[in-house]
Design a protein around this ligand. Sequence first.
Ligand code: HEM
Length: 420
Amino acid sequence: SVLKNATLLLLSRTIVRGHALLGDPAARLLGMSPTRDPYPDYESVRERGPVVKSKMGLYLTASHELCDSLLRDPGFGQLAAGELSPIDSVAHIGPRRLVNPVEDSFLMLNPPDHTRLRRLVSPWFTPRGLRDQVATVERVVEEYLDEVAGRPTFDLVGDFAARVPIQVIADLLGVPDADHAAFARWGSALVNALDGVRDLKELRALHNGLREFEEFLDGLIDHRRRHPGDDVVSRLVANEDLRREDLIATTELLLVAGFETTVNLIGNAVLAVLAHPEVRERLLDDPGCAEAVVEETLRLDPPVQYTVRTPFETTEVAGTSVPRGTPIMLLLAGANRDPAVFADPHRFRPGRPDGREHLAFSAGIHYCLGANLARMEGAAALRGLFRRFPDLRAAGRVRRRPSRVIRGPERFPVSTGAAE
Ligand code: HEM
């Protein structure tokens, strides 16, 4: 079954690539080099109409109005990708089916299960629930900046951006300090797998990661049963109605959804600030504008580029009939540059009056649970970074993450200005 799934995945990639070469807009987005600039593709989808049916049979939209309304429409929901999802294929390997942090979690569930599970963890993510986290985030930012302060150059992603969110989520979940590195590794491996795997070796590595992660969480759950704290896992463990699978999937989702997304937000925000000297000046004069810089980064270059919704029944969408069970790709990053909503949409303009309309955190019932946390972490990271290194500049080639879903730098060498 591993071989069959690997073959299916590789075959689907070849088919997608073939369609891409024939000019299919969906295939161009899915099949071409994931590191190239996707924004012209979103524009060309929007130019073809509110809903585009690709030759491969996929439906796409880059219209803000349509993305927003479909995300809020109870007639549309989540559909598990099943066999073609690499995480799902590996979850089935071995004597016991492993929990799939994406497809078994409330991210991919519909009401009423979605509502029940989301409600259990939402109190931690309200502004009130996050009050205590503000000081932790600021302390963590300063600690990591202390570590790089003596060096003329460092990797903005590996040495800084990737470390802040992992510390915060691990604290929320009650993961001991000693396990943070492994925790970060599992988080990255799972997010990278969202784009598919290239060969059997990657499939095996994904399986091992998933298994180790689940074993680790079983141990953590056991520990918290005996020694409860005031963390999310302890609270979930105390809920006797919750199945083990739901507990594990929820915990895994919080790591997967909250880690790389925030890393890329910080990376994309710093890229934008370095490219706009006037924004750097404003940020140095008034660190309070970090929130506006984060918001505009979310609009112009969002870490999550698209999501998918599926109609429960055959439905007319902007004049196109979409058959029941057929996925529509909602190009959130394209909607965020829709000129019907955003004036001069390709321009980076923190504080723009229409800025808050963006869909970087989705909309409707799956609206990002961690939006407040992500905004707070992003702003604290930017404020801390430019206060400490007002002359921060790029110091080498930026390597982009090889992903179409998640966008941002994977390696970003910067110079602190200390050696100049
Ligand atoms: C859902 C983006 C950070 C937890 C989502 C969705 C998006 C998103 C687009 C909805 C997907 C859909 O509608 O299909 C982002 C971005 C982030 C970020 C861009 C950072 C810049 C976080 C953080 C956490 C988090 C820090 C928590 C630690 C979640 C959860 C869901 C979610 C639990 C599922 C919500 C549901 O299904 O009801 N996020 N996210 N996210 N996010 Fe985030």
